[in-house]
Design a protein around this ligand. Structure first.
Ligand SMILES: [Zn+2]
Ligand SMILES: [Zn+2]
Length: 133
């Protein structure tokens, strides 16, 4: 991005500087400086793609709330799938499969595993399957 913009001399210097100091650049800089802390931030951002499950606690995508975590690693005690980070903390990020609606009409997009889990616990709520194309 920055390399392409430097060639465009018609842009006033102030504008070029503003573009260079974009959010993405700032994040890249933060990632270099903070190291592991930024790695967590990057994972959070990666999990927040549109269409992703919005639950802010992790599950095993196959089994549900069966995660165990220790020393920054996590695994499913049911199927044995393991992750090299603590999946039980932070956003889920699995593909959204259901729209969960609570009694007040608020909706959240959740994945299949979270949907199954919530189905048993939504009191006066509604779980709508999102049609897959
Ligand atoms: Zn599992
Ligand atoms: Zn989920």
């Amino acid at each position: 991005m920055r390399a392409r913009l430097t060639g465009q001399s018609e842009l006033p210097r102030g504008v070029r500087n503003a573009l260079a100091a974009s959010v993405e650049d700032a994040l890249a800089l933060a990632a270099q400086r903070i190291g592991t802390a930024a790695e967590k931030l990057a994972r959070v951002r990666a999990a927040q793609w549109s269409g992703a499950c919005t639950a802010w606690w992790g599950v095993c995508p196959h089994c549900g709330p069966t995660l165990m975590a220790e020393d920054g690693r996590s695994w499913c005690r049911q199927c044995g799938t393991a992750w090299n980070y603590d999946r039980s903390q932070g956003p889920c990020g699995e593909p959204g499969a259901y729209l969960a609606m609570d009694a007040l009409g608020g909706t959240v997009l959740v994945c299949a595993a979270h949907g199954r889990y919530m189905q048993e616990r939504l009191e006066g709520g509604l779980l709508l399957a999102i049609p897959t194309s």
